[in-house]
Design a protein around this ligand. Structure first.
Ligand SMILES: [Cu+2]
Length: 151
């Protein structure tokens, strides 16, 4: 009975540890509006850090005409090329299947009033990683930002 109490105490401690480390994870919240800009255009993170990017779209326009996402792209990738290909990939939520290896993380599409999020591990390699909205026309209009990975 005594050892059982000990075990449950240990389990409770482990559980608390897991929960608090999950809560320590950073969430970056941003908004996308009809002006096709992210409200946050620069994120700093440590190599290997787990972060959540949360995007809310504010718009009265129907989703098929105005939606946003956040697509984090590998730093050596050709962002223009990925944006162009993704803008044509409507059936895949505007993520070009051919470039999925070069995409570090992507949210789903958020129409007006919707919130989407993605949790991912920041690359170990320091540097600047661009993130874009891949909805047609939005990246060319300047809907982008930079994830700066630094120690
Ligand atoms: Cu957008």
């Amino acid at each position: 009975m005594k050892s059982l109490t000990k075990i449950s105490l240990i389990l409770a401690l482990i559980f608390t540890g897991v929960v608090s480390s999950a809560m320590a994870q950073r969430t970056i919240e941003m908004v996308g509006t009809d002006n096709m800009k992210f409200s946050v255009t620069s994120i700093e993170a440590e190599p290997g850090e787990e972060i959540t990017i949360k995007l809310t779209t504010k718009s009265q326009i129907p989703k098929q005409a105005m939606a946003h996402n956040v697509v984090v792209i590998d730093k050596d990738a050709n962002v223009d090329e990925i944006a162009n290909a993704s803008a044509r990939a409507r059936d895949n939520e505007y993520i070009a299947p051919d470039y999925e290896d070069e995409i570090i993380a992507a949210t789903g599409l958020a129409g007006g009033g919707e919130t989407v999020e993605v949790t991912f591990t920041v690359p170990e390699e320091t540097g600047e990683y661009e993130y874009i909205c891949s909805f047609p026309g939005h990246y060319p209009a300047g809907m982008k930002g930079v994830l700066k990975v630094q120690n």
